[in-house]
Design a binder for this molecule. Structure first.
Ligand code: FES
Length: 79
């Protein structure tokens, strides 16, 4: 089953941490060879800027995503 990740790249989420979170996700996908399993896309704004950085995994929205807990979240949702 392919997973779908939408990372908000709007200016607010980008500044709040998604610039770094994107690199972490890309590295995670490549290290775990999930390129064919994960559909990673960016969005312009999820309409929840004040709760960002926002990340949507398989239709579920996660707010305030921090790099320190991002790997745990990816392990939980993608493995
Ligand atoms: S910029 Fe991410 S929700 Fe608006």
């Amino acid at each position: 089953m392919a997973a779908k990740i939408i990372i908000c790249m709007g200016s607010s989420c980008f500044a709040r941490g998604n610039e770094e979170n994107l690199k972490i996700i890309e590295q995670y996908i490549s290290e775990n060879k999930l390129e064919t399993e994960v559909d990673l896309k960016g969005s312009c704004c999820e309409g929840k800027c004040s709760e960002g950085p926002n990340l949507n995994i398989n239709g579920e929205m996660f707010h305030g995503v921090e790099k320190g807990t991002l790997i745990d979240l990816l392990n939980d949702k993608l493995k």
